[in-house]
Design a protein around this ligand. Structure first.
Ligand code: SME
Length: 159
C-alpha cells in the first residue's frame, strides 16, 4: 500500500471523488484497524477538498462520540436527534444542510461553519456512526457529495 495520495486540481466534484475514492479504497483495504482507517479517510478527504472540518462521530451507547477528524477542535458528544449529526443518526439517512443557521438545533462547533452534510455509516442495518463535513461556504454540498460520500462510507469495515 502506498501512503501517499494523488490530489487532482479541478473544481469538478465528481472528477475529484472519482480520483480519490479508489485511492482511499487502496489505502484502507490492507488495514483492519477502524481508527486507523477513519483517520486516513479524514485526511484524504481534507487533502483533496480542503473542507473546513471533516471527520467521524461513532455511536457509543446512547451517544455519538467524536472520532478521527481533520479541522478545528469539535464537540465530543452528541445525543441522538440532536444537531445535524444526531439527526442523521435518528433518521438513518444523509442530511444536507445548505444553511446551518436555518437548521433547528444545529450544534455550532465553530461559528465559521455555514453548511454541512452528514452521512450515516451502517453496520448490520444499524447506524454505527456518521461522517460529518462542514464548509465555511453556504450551500456547499449537493447530491453529488451525497452519492459519492455514501459510496465511500460503504468501504469502511465496521466489523
Ligand atoms: N454541526 C454538527 C456538530 C459537529 S461539528 O460540526 C464538527 C451538528 O450540528 O451535529
Amino acid at each position: 500500500m502506498a501512503e501517499d495520495l494523488t490530489i487532482i486540481q479541478t473544481t469538478d466534484k465528481a472528477t475529484q471523488y472519482q480520483s480519490l475514492i479508489p485511492q482511499i479504497e487502496a489505502l484502507i483495504s490492507g488495514e483492519e484497524d477502524l481508527i486507523a482507517n477513519l483517520a486516513n479517510i479524514s485526511a484524504a478527504l481534507k487533502e483533496q477538498f480542503n473542507w473546513f472540518w471533516v471527520g467521524f462521530y461513532m455511536v457509543k451507547n446512547d451517544e455519538l462520540v467524536l472520532g478521527p477528524f481533520q479541522g478545528p477542535v469539535a464537540c465530543t458528544r452528541i445525543k441522538k436527534g440532536k444537531g445535524v449529526c444526531g439527526g442523521g443518526w435518528e433518521q438513518a439517512s444523509t442530511l444536507i444542510v445548505a444553511d446551518v443557521d436555518e437548521f433547528p438545533g444545529h450544534i455550532a462547533c465553530s461559528s465559521l461553519s455555514r453548511s454541512e452534510i452528514v452521512v450515516p455509516l451502517f453496520h448490520n442495518g444499524e447506524v454505527a456512526g456518521v461522517l460529518d463535513v462542514d464548509s465555511e461556504h453556504l450551500a456547499h454540498f449537493d447530491e453529488t457529495d451525497k452519492n459519492f460520500l455514501e459510496q465511500l462510507v460503504t468501504l469502511v469495515n465496521l466489523a
